[in-house]
Design a protein around this ligand. Structure first.
Ligand SMILES: Cc1cc2nc3c(=O)[nH]c(=O)nc-3n(C[C@H](O)[C@H](O)[C@H](O)COP(=O)(O)OP(=O)(O)OC[C@H]3O[C@@H](n4cnc5c(N)ncnc54)[C@H](O)[C@@H]3O)c2cc1C
Length: 273
């Protein structure tokens, strides 16, 4: 555990970490493996979750404005390098892969693997003043990993964040939390952890220069380490159930101009007109 920071942060020493997850690209058709235990990833495209795109953007903006460096980390298979390199192409400085064997496991083990990697990275290069998570992942959406990492590290965390201000002098972070119909405002001492929500900012797109540079970026690798069997984590996954496909019914309204009255009637019926 890192001691709480009480003196000002030198801008050049600011360190921000963003944790991202490789998830099926939005809109992809999801199929399960025959045993019903996992998502069949054979023909899926992948991305990082939208909340995490905002976390990456926030880390880039904070370090562009204040100085210092931003690091991105994921726990996942070798293919997750694709999402790490994408983050680097946007302006993240360093990338870390906690490399797994491709079998998705529960949030507690993931949080332990992230906590162990954070401890090793901080022992080598100093504390991360801010660790950013998405509020929840776009696929399993457990809302757990960030909170479990913060508790494990003994650091304050606030989730559902829609605004971040960093004061290097204090040093402290002011975080605006979205609630029903308004915002709550928190002040946290550094080092701190935030779970951010889509809408925090407008994520940028990579430049061609950024894309080319990201191909050559060095990716630091860790192993997740030994874990207890599932039961000792207090959770055992029994399987996944796919929702029934909605039946669709195609009705031809006609052809050419002759179909126009039927289209108008239908739009009227749907309340669009
Ligand atoms: C040994 C091991 C093997 C694993 N193998 C795989 C694998 O092959 N494929 C795979 O997709 N996942 C793998 N994982 C990760 C794991 O399956 C999930 O990421 C984890 O259970 C997250 O749960 P959730 O989606 O409910 O996250 P939530 O709790 O909803 O996530 C909240 C936020 O936490 C962060 N987060 C979540 N997952 C990760 C992650 N993996 N890395 C970094 N940050 C994260 C993101 O910022 C996210 O927005 C492995 C983990 C371990 C420890």
């Amino acid at each position: 555990m890192t001691a709480e920071q009480t003196s000002r942060i030198d801008a050049s020493e600011l360190r921000v970490l963003v944790c991202i997850k490789r998830v099926p690209a939005p809109g992809a058709r999801i199929n399960l493996t025959d045993d019903g235990q996992r998502i069949d990833t054979a023909h899926l495209g992948f991305a990082m979750s939208p909340h995490e795109e905002c976390a990456v953007e926030a880390a880039i903006q904070l370090t562009q404005e204040a100085g210092g460096e931003a690091t991105v980390l994921t726990v996942g298979p070798e293919e997750a390098e694709e999402q790490l390199r994408y983050a680097v192409s946007l302006g993240i400085h360093k990338a870390v892969l906690v490399k797994t064997d491709g079998e998705a496991v529960n949030p507690q083990r993931t949080a332990r693997a992230i906590g162990a990697a954070v401890a090793a990275l901080e022992a080598a290069d100093g504390p991360f003043h801010l660790i950013l998570f998405g509020n929840e992942s776009a696929d399993s959406g457990g809302f757990q990993v960030g909170i479990r990492v913060a508790v494990g590290l003994g650091r304050p965390i606030v989730t559902a964040i829609k605004g971040i201000d960093l004061e290097l002098e204090a040093p402290a972070i002011t975080a605006k939390r979205e609630i029903d119909g308004g915002l709550e405002i928190y002040k946290l001492p550094t080092p701190a952890v935030l779970g951010v929500k889509e809408g925090l900012n407008l994520p940028r797109y990579p430049t061609m220069k950024g894309r080319l540079a990201s191909k050559k970026a060095e990716i630091t690798q860790f192993q997740p380490g030994e874990s207890e069997p599932d039961g000792l984590d207090g959770q055992t996954s029994l399987g996944l159930i796919q929702p029934p496909q909605k039946a669709s019914n195609v009705v031809r309204l006609g052809e050419g101009p002759a179909a126009a009255p039927a289209v108008v009637d239908l739009l009227d019926e749907l309340g669009v007109l």
